[in-house]
Design a binder for this molecule. Structure first.
Ligand SMILES: [Zn+2]
Length: 283
């Protein structure tokens, strides 16, 4: 018997049996796939990683690396206070606001250029940018309290001083004259450009800054108010943003508070509460 003859005699039955088995297998597989999600709730849920965050928050710890920021009365550096509070805020958000994605411009002691900080936020298509800094005063002037800034056109000498100090880091960055289009952080004329800027995010930024100050006030911090100034790091961001000055590193009692666990936790808790309330008003 040739192979062809063998096949024509036996194969039809064999084929029929095989087809039945195949249909049965497919049916069983389909049933299993249909009921599996019901039996196993974990597989029914969308994996967390593929779920789009409802809200992206960028936390920006000011200064870092070779830029210490302002210096305290002792050896305390602004960059370390900023980072400690920023990480504490991030932890609170990550633990309690599950639909918020937190992006940090830095999580360690490294220098990140001002325009790169804004780039990180723009690339992440962030909903909110919060920059965290610590204030300083020249000479033996003493001051206590927290204040929050938004990008704006104030030309008050006090605000210009804060903006100059926070912007001066760019002179440590490579090729800053070209990167910031000739911006000189120490020249008052450079800040005139801010007067012409129409910031469409102004209203939301002020709302966030106001919420931050309200929370600081409830926590017993002296309220130094909401202000506007020409911060480069805020200028390049394309979403609502604010810059918080936690306290005055050059005042001994403030320096002690800003470096204590109690201070870091209290400040972080206030900022976290403000973020939470801000997010709720965006729905
Ligand atoms: Zn600073």
């Amino acid at each position: 018997m040739s192979l062809n003859q063998f096949c024509s005699i036996f194969a039809p039955n064999f084929m029929r049996a095989s087809t039945h088995r195949h249909i049965l297998t497919v049916a069983l597989l389909a049933l299993t796939l249909f009921f599996l999600p019901l039996l196993n709730p974990v597989s029914a849920a969308t994996p967390a990683s593929s779920k789009k965050a409802a809200f992206t928050l960028v936390l920006d710890a000011g200064h870092g690396g070779k830029d210490p920021g302002a210096l305290g009365t002792g050896r305390v550096k602004e960059k370390n206070i900023n980072l400690a509070v920023t990480l504490a805020v991030g932890k609170l958000v990550e633990q309690n606001l599950k639909d918020v994605k937190v992006v940090y411009t830095r999580k360690t002691d490294v220098l990140v250029e001002l325009d790169e900080r804004a780039n990180i936020a723009n690339k992440a298509k962030a909903d909110l940018f919060v920059s965290i800094h610590t204030n300083a005063l020249p000479g033996k002037k003493k001051m206590a309290g927290s204040e929050t800034y938004t990008l704006g056109m104030h030309r008050a000498a006090d605000n210009l001083d804060v903006a100059k100090r926070e912007n001066s880091v760019i002179s440590l960055e490579k090729d800053y004259e070209n990167r910031y289009e000739g911006f000189d952080p120490n020249s008052s004329e450079s800040y005139i450009i801010f007067e012409f800027m129409q910031d469409q995010n102004m209203e939301k930024s002020v709302r966030m800054a106001t919420l931050v100050q309200k929370q600081f006030r409830s926590a017993g911090r002296p309220d130094k108010g909401v202000h506007q100034a020409g911060f480069l790091v805020l200028r390049a961001t394309s979403m609502p943003s604010c810059l918080i000055e936690l306290g005055y590193i050059t005042t001994a009692s403030e320096e002690a508070y800003l470096t204590s666990d109690r201070g870091v936790n209290q400040l972080a808790q206030s900022i976290y509460q403000a973020i939470k309330k801000y997010k709720e008003t965006q729905k």
